[in-house]
Design a protein around this ligand. Sequence first.
Ligand code: CMC
Length: 427
Amino acid sequence: MSDKAILQYQDKTFEFPVIKGSENELAIDIKTLRAQSGMITIDPGYKNTGSCESAITFLDGEKGILRYRGYSIEDLAEKASFIEVVYLLIFGELPTKVQLEDFQKDIVAESHVDEEMKKILDGFPKSAHPMGVLASLTSALISFNPNSVNVSSDKEMYAAIVRIVAKFPVLVAWTMRKKKGLPLDYGDDSLSYVENIHKMMFKKPSQEYTKNKVIIDALDKLLILHADHEQNCSTSTVRIVGSSHAGLFASLSAGISALWGPLHGGANQAVLEMLEAIEADGGDTKKYMAKAKDKNDPFRLMGFGHRVYKNFDPRAKIIKKAADEVLNNLGIDDPILAIAKGLEKEALEDQYFVDRKLYPNVDFYSGIIYRALGIPTEMFTVMFALGRLPGWIAQWKEMRENNEPIGRPRQVYVGENFRDFIPVENR
Ligand code: CMC
């Protein structure tokens, strides 16, 4: 096979190297395209554009494969803890016992969020959407940790990473506690990372916190499944914001905002609201299937379809099984689960969905588990952000370490040609 791609335009030909990834993915390297030809490419939604070479996550949308640093998502979801996956994604290898202990010690040492931050949270109305609050708090954290803005050594990079891994769960917990009218609290350094998150979110002032293995295992699994997904919308946002050297926390805050949208992470909230609406409407799934297929109706079957997965989303398979297990173990009989399963069955047999290769994605069943764990619907995307944090950090770190240039796409201008200015009285 040729290792060059040839572009012919009018009477000229231009040659470009073809590069191959470690899983044999091929890409035409067009870095010299504009210099050679004066032309650019146009690719709205970047459906055919690779923005970087990355060694973090591999996914094959046709085969339904997802691996972090070479490890399959199935193995990690089954055997690893979330904090091990955090380390793996950010530093490239699974930690040894000692490395993990040291990492956890460093996190514990940074788990305090400045009391003044509570005043910022106070300023938000209770009705504020938790994603907006979380993005703002993450951004506000910069002012309290100015050393984390610009990192110029490995040591500073590590310190900034540990700081946000330690403090982000506090922000997540405060965001939820504010919503629920609970007093803001700190964690318990004697607990594991995920247990501590759970305690910080749910501990009532008048009750002792009791650990529940089913809940902690479910949370661990959900967070692992969301931990990275290569160059998706929010991750690309983190990388592009970071490419201006804006700093880790600012880049993460932008990523949170990108994740909020219902076509991305916001889909988990939208799925549950859709399932509740179907239930309230008598459970008529066929009616909603018809709406989803009607091109004059803006309704989409939320939690279905994916830009990259055109076979199945391996995360959805794991989550569906987990939803069954968690609800069983907690003794919850949720009619919403039956509606979700019914919708999935119908969609998988429907020609519209089959033709367009639309399968349930990670967001289709995750909300059912969050709901079973007592997490309010508006917090679902915040939970996604908590899971995605290590992926965003790993991608930002890789971008900085590779000295990637500032992200700055071009455009094809289709507006007015030059025209003379006309003073307002003559218009
Ligand atoms: N319901 C009904 N039709 C759909 C759906 C859906 N959920 N998703 C895609 N289609 C149709 C779409 O109308 C189009 O049809 P046609 O070819 O006749 O015009 C075709 O399928 C291709 O869709 P697209 O919008 O061009 O595909 P995309 O790759 O640009 O979008 C997507 C991917 C995830 C944004 C889209 O499938 C969608 O809106 N899904 C619902 C929202 C959702 O669940 N998002 C979570 C994604 S996974 C987690 C994450 O990223 O955070």
